[in-house]
Design a protein around this ligand. Structure first.
Ligand code: PMP
Length: 455
């Protein structure tokens, strides 16, 4: 499952849907307060809402990499990337509080903090990226990226990976095939999908096959009159199953995109702000210079703030022809939150920390993989790691059941993770960047226990 799209491990608000779930936890095991809250959600919230886990969590507080439910039970959060600098980070909270008490306006008034933060953010970007637009969510920034690319190229066509997630706006949903279980949609004829690289199965051919498919999709868009505007990809391909290696995967694609006059959009909503333990941005690991970079989620550590960074040239036509304004985007309070997050990342050395904690996590899981015959692959970079389950080590047929079992068992043992991928058969293990050795070791103890239950 991933953060926003429905999957087999999310449970709808409706109690009847819970009752239909015949996993580890029968609905009768839900306590009265939980059952009542689920019922109220069904009465009040639209059916679009989902809950994680068969026994949903009623959380009361958080600190660092830990969450606490209303009964005081502690959970190790190995899932949430938004509170990258820690749940309820005091510095971010204080910065937001102070700014709220002083002034909160919008970008039609002057205030230097938007320039200070913008300059700081752009100093982390390679040429030609030299301008920024602030919004409130990853969806909004990706939506804008598509519109900017379409204006710049005077063409419509966008290529994305087969199980991508890029957002919940109309445009965001169009370029998010995961929300339709990876199926192409006749509703959005301007969107073409290509299978993401799968180095575990494709080996060294993954990058070349991926580039060839992107090339074919671009040609189809050109030939059917749609035209090619751009390519959008999550720089860690999280919903496609978390693809961290080999690096360099996107370099041949970037060349094709540019040769066809298109715009390359690097979606850093998942991979950005140091998560991968090598610099701030996922695209840099692939040795590329995108035209547009979008980011959100950890940018405000939970305060809604997002951005699109792009080259002045690419942003030019949109800037001249379209009036764009996002009321809350880049407000003084948003800039206070975002600045505090960068201060925390820099002063606490969280990128290097993500690298060392990530190595400890990955090494630990690799040492334990022999205990569970269903583990086909363990991969990761920094604090974005995945464990892929298969039915057979030779055929590598996906085993989503085992992944679901492990996610549910972990929850029962006080550790929060989730699963992802086209077949939902990979664990997504992605804790706040501030997790320490004791947190990683605790996760590994629980992982070992679950592996041993199987062997
Ligand atoms: N891009 C990616 C790669 C994402 O994972 C998400 C959220 N899951 C988004 C964009 C959309 O971000 P938001 O939910 O903040 O709109």
């Amino acid at each position: 499952m991933h953060d926003t799209a429905p999957t087999s491990t999310t449970v709808a608000a409706s109690p009847s849907r819970v009752a239909r779930f015949n996993g580890f936890q029968e609905p009768s095991e839900l306590d009265e307060a939980t059952r009542r809250q689920i019922e109220r959600r069904a009465q009040i919230l639209a059916p679009t809402y989902q809950l994680f886990y068969r026994r949903p969590l009623d959380l009361a507080s958080g600190s660092g990499a830990y969450l606490y439910d209303v009964h005081g039970t502690e959970y190790l959060d190995m899932y949430n990337n938004i509170p990258a600098v820690g749940h309820c980070n005091a510095r971010v909270a204080a910065a937001v509080h102070a700014q709220m008490l002083q002034l909160n306006t919008h970008t039609r008034y002057l205030y230097p903090s938007i320039l200070d933060y913008g300059e700081r953010l752009l100093s982390t970007m390679p040429a030609p990226v030299d301008r920024v637009v602030f919004s409130n969510s990853g969806s909004e920034s990706n939506d804008l990226a598509v519109r900017v690319a379409q204006k710049h190229t005077a063409a419509m066509g966008i290529v994305v990976t087969e199980n991508a997630y890029h957002g919940s706006t109309a445009v965001g949903a169009a370029i998010s095939p995961v929300t339709r279980a990876g199926a192409p949609s006749a509703e959005f004829p301007w969107v073409r999908t290509v299978p993401a690289p799968d180095p575990y199965r494709e080996g060294e051919n993954a990058a070349a096959r991926f580039a060839a498919d992107v090339g074919a999709a671009i040609r189809q868009l050109q030939e059917d009159g749609t035209g090619f505007a751009g390519f959008v990809a999550d720089m860690v391909l999280s919903t496609d199953g978390v693809v961290t290696h080999p690096t360099g995967l996107f370099a041949p694609v970037l060349e094709l995109v540019h040769a066809a006059g298109g715009v390359f959009v690097a979606d850093e909503v998942q991979s950005g702000f140091g998560r991968l333990g090598e610099g701030l941005w996922g695209f840099a690991r692939h040795g590329i210079r995108p035209d547009i970079v979008t980011m959100g989620k950890p940018m405000g550590n939970g305060f809604p703030v997002s951005a699109l960074a792009g080259s002045r040239e690419v942003l030019d036509t949109f800037g001249r022809e379209v009036t764009y304004f996002s009321t809350f985007g880049g407000s003084p309070v948003a800039m206070a939150a975002a600045s505090a997050v960068l201060d925390e990342i820099e002063e606490r050395g969280l990128v290097a920390h993500a690298a060392s904690m990530g190595a400890r996590l990955l090494d630990g899981m690799n040492e334990l993989r022999h205990l569970d015959p269903a583990i086909g692959d363990v991969r990761g970079s920094g604090l974005f790691t995945a464990v892929e389950y298969v039915l057979d080590q030779d055929t590598k047929e996906p085993d989503p059941r085992r992944a679901l079992e492990v996610v549910a068992r972990m929850r029962d043992l006080g550790v929060l993770i989730s699963n992802t991928g086209l077949h939902n058969n990979s664990l997504k293990v992605r804790p706040p960047l501030v997790i320490d050795e004791s947190g990683v070791d605790r996760y590994l103890e629980v992982f070992e226990r679950i592996c041993r239950e199987r062997s």
